[in-house]
Design a protein around this ligand. Structure first.
Ligand code: HEM
Length: 410
């Protein structure tokens, strides 16, 4: 039924000479027939060149400096909404700067479409709510305008289906993943080592899923933290971008010492976050160099949550609180979004959270409530699920194959 209704024309909007009326009558969203086809081609061409991890980046590439005006226009954009004089002025400001052309309208329209819907989508992901952020749309029938329920079609369907779906999903997941680090409760993050475990964890209700470099390396027959799991890490991360929840990838030390290469590697994954560790096989990286890696990633993909891992306590090298704080300071100054210190003793956890506002990530082990009370914002399982699954496989094999066990069960 919904699919059929969505093949009907969108409600007619009268031609407008200026302001929001001009915008409405010039954008793809409220056009039909050949005008729609021409404007649709214009809009999809604009989107093709976009490589953005945040709404700000999207705006900078589509119409620089327009985001404040877009926020004013958005509540007046739909034909059933009232047009405010502020919205009219905002459209005219953008027209004065960029010209009264169909391309300018396409650029403004694209950002307006992105603005509210993507933020609403991120809010839904953060709350674990599967309801579509755009619940309905409108179509014209002989009997007048009807509302069409978009349940099951969150990005629409047919000729007007959302051309920003892929980009919007990526940006919304990035926004949601960041928000999950700034709630009252810590983010509980299980780490998967393959697609099947990641899907199972997401389906069990976890709001985000990470990967474990130990598990991924072991599953591919290479040692952890050896820099040999670059391709399996990338393949898994890309596969996991198809999950409905945000995903963060454990990328060891970034698989290169060159900041530009690490940044390109992270950009190629398409995930919402990465763990970047300062441990190197048998020593710790110079914090200034590690900070350069962090800064390069943040410049290249600002929407990706960089969780900078301090390996002092993991490797047992310089495992003191002052060293942790110094390293954390370097990485946060370089733009890191959070700090992960595996095996940080509890008294040092409290000292860390009293020093920095940035989210602290620790390994699961202590009661969640206790860690939450100490100010921990993210608790991850690391390789523990992988180790447990491996042990369970052996125990199950032993149980099934022990003498006297009946064979033949599927
Ligand atoms: C980067 C962000 C986004 C961009 C650039 C974008 C762009 C657009 C554009 C240009 C259209 C009009 C297409 C046409 O009329 O041919 C559209 C339609 C649509 N968008 Fe998006 N959008 C974005 C985010 C979203 C999000 C997050 C949702 C909700 C999950 C969404 C849901 C829809 C729906 C349902 C339609 C179809 C409306 C209808 O058929 O009447 N969009 N989008």
């Amino acid at each position: 039924m919904t699919e059929k209704l969505l093949t009907l024309p969108v409600p007619h909007v009268p031609a407008g000479e200026s302001g929001v009326a001009w915008l409405r009558s010039t954008v793809v969203r409220f056009s039909n027939g050949t005008e729609h086809a021409r404007r649709r081609a214009l809009t999809t061409a604009l989107l093709e060149g976009v490589d953005a991890t945040t709404l700000d980046e999207l705006a900078a590439q589509v119409l620089p400096g327009a985001l404040d005006d877009v926020a004013v226009i958005a509540p007046s954009y739909q034909p059933h909404e009232d047009i405010t004089s502020a919205a009219d002025r905002a459209v005219e400001r953008l027209v004065a700067r960029h010209g009264r052309t169909e391309t300018t309208a396409a650029r403004i329209g694209l950002l307006v479409q992105a603005w509210a819907a993507t933020r609403a989508f991120a809010g839904h992901l953060t709350a674990g709510n599967p309801a579509p952020p755009v619940p309905l749309t409108r179509r014209e029938t002989a009997a007048g305008v009807v509302e069409v329920d978009l349940t099951g079609h969150p990005f629409g369907h047919g000729a007007h289906a959302c051309p920003g779906r892929e980009l919007a999903t990526k940006i919304a997941k990035n926004m949601a993943f960041r928000a999950l680090h700034h709630r009252d409760e810590p983010l509980l993050l299980p780490n998967a080592w393959d697609h099947a475990t990641a899907v199972a964890l997401q389906e069990a209700g976890y709001l985000a899923v990470g990967t474990t470099s130990f598990g991924v390396s072991a599953a591919h027959g290479v040692p952890d933290a050896s820099g040999l799991a670059e391709e399996p890490t990338r393949t898994l991360a890309r596969l996991l971008t198809t999950l409905p929840c945000p995903v963060t990838a454990d990328v060891e030390a970034g698989f290169s010492a060159d900041p530009g290469e690490v940044a390109e590697y992270v950009a190629s994954l398409g995930v919402s976050g990465v763990n970047l560790e300062d441990g190197r096989a048998d020593h710790l990286a110079d914090p200034a160099h590690q900070a350069e890696l962090v800064a390069a990633v943040k410049r290249r993909c600002p929407g990706v949550f960089v969780n900078a891992r301090v390996d002092t306590h993991w490797l047992g090298i310089d495992a003191t609180l002052p060293e942790v704080l110094t390293r954390a300071e370097h990485y946060l100054a370089a733009g890191a979004d959070g700090i992960f210190v595996p095996r940080l003793p509890l008294p040092d956890v409290a000292a860390f959270t009293a020093t920095f506002d940035a989210p602290l990530n620790v390994l699961a082990g202590e009661p969640v409530r206790r860690l939450a009370d100490l100010g921990v914002r993210r608790i991850s399982t690391g390789s523990q699920l992988f180790r447990a699954a491996r042990a369970a496989a052996v125990a199950t094999a032993d149980a099934l194959l022990s003498p006297g066990t009946r064979s033949g069960a599927a």
